[in-house]
Design a protein around this ligand. Structure first.
Ligand SMILES: [Zn+2]
Length: 308
């Protein structure tokens, strides 16, 4: 959706609230008191009321917008900009576009949207043929062992390489002209790994792929026990200069994701790397959605049960 069409559709706060209410009703409201699903809308106070126990639910409560002071219009614009821009947008730029004084509120809103994106993609498993490899993303280590924020050192002292497991579901397609088979990518997943042990990799694979998946990797030793969690595992010895041809889609995804992070952020705090990758893969997996993407993201934000 172009910016001009977006503002035609959602010209003010009220139009955003109305659309948000409509979508919430479609998704279904669950009473936090009695778990009842029948509600009526009380127009004067703009709240839902449970038909069973009369408990009221505000428009925002139970959604990603709960406890946010930003307007519906701010949230809508943020979702629009995060889905309509090809390369994403930084929080600083978002703050400028929204004309908000407080950077933190905007930054926090964007992180919440990313978490909702990640939660939506977690519902799906990859299957069929899947390529897999690890990528290393430059991040800043910002927490000490006690969980407190560390004062960043100057220069490269506090930088580290965070390992990420990248999975790409592919399918074979026949070229109608020369009948040659080529591979086409379908969906991606990227998971930050606390370490590179086979146990960690197998746990992530179990959560991300269907047990029927056939997986292709390089011959890295931590992939040795993948057979325990997937149907078939092919480990190929891949010389480093051929990684792009043996596992093409994961490598394209890794280099695009790196470029994307580099362009948008000065540095990526390792605590939030998963959120940035979730945004990247959310858009990548829906690259053919076009104008529908905004509506889908809104539903992801409504249905994400917020317990932050
Ligand atoms: Zn109730």
């Amino acid at each position: 959706m172009k910016l001009i069409d977006f503002f035609k559709r959602y010209p003010d706060e009220q139009s955003c609230r109305d659309y948000f209410r409509e979508q919430r009703q479609k998704e279904g409201i669950i009473c936090r008191n009695c778990k009842g699903t029948s509600h009526c809308w009380m127009k004067t106070i703009e709240q839902f009321q449970c038909k069973e126990c009369r408990t009221r639910t505000t428009l925002r409560s139970g959604t990603v917008m709960e406890s946010s002071n930003l307007s519906f219009s701010d949230w809508f614009t943020a979702m629009h900009l995060m889905t309509s821009t090809k390369k994403g947008i930084s929080a600083k730029e978002m703050q400028r576009q929204l004309g908000r004084k407080r950077y933190e509120a905007v930054w926090y809103m964007m992180q919440k949207i990313r978490v909702a994106m990640g939660a939506r993609d977690e519902r799906y498993e990859l299957s069929g043929f899947t390529e897999m490899d690890e990528g290393f993303f430059k991040t800043v280590d910002s927490t000490t062992k006690g969980g407190k924020k560390k004062k960043l050192k100057r220069g490269r002292g506090s930088e580290k390489q965070s390992p990420v497991l990248v999975m790409a579901e592919t399918e074979k397609v026949k070229d109608p002209k020369n009948h040659r088979l080529s591979s086409r990518c379908k969906y991606f997943k990227m998971r930050v790994m606390p370490d590179l042990t086979y146990k960690t990799i197998n746990r992530i694979v179990k959560d991300s792929l269907s047990p029927e998946t056939k997986v292709k990797t390089d011959s890295y030793s931590s992939y040795n026990k993948l057979n325990e969690v997937v149907k078939k595992h092919v480990a190929k010895i891949v010389p480093s200069d051929q990684a792009g041809t043996e596992l093409p889609w994961v490598h394209i995804a890794i280099s695009n994701a790196k470029r994307n992070l580099l362009n948008n952020f000065h540095h990526v705090d390792d605590t939030y790397l998963q959120n940035y990758l979730d945004e990247f893969t959310y858009r990548l997996n829906r690259r053919y959605f076009g104008e529908k993407l905004f509506g889908r993201l809104l539903i992801a934000c409504i249905s994400y049960c917020w317990t932050f």
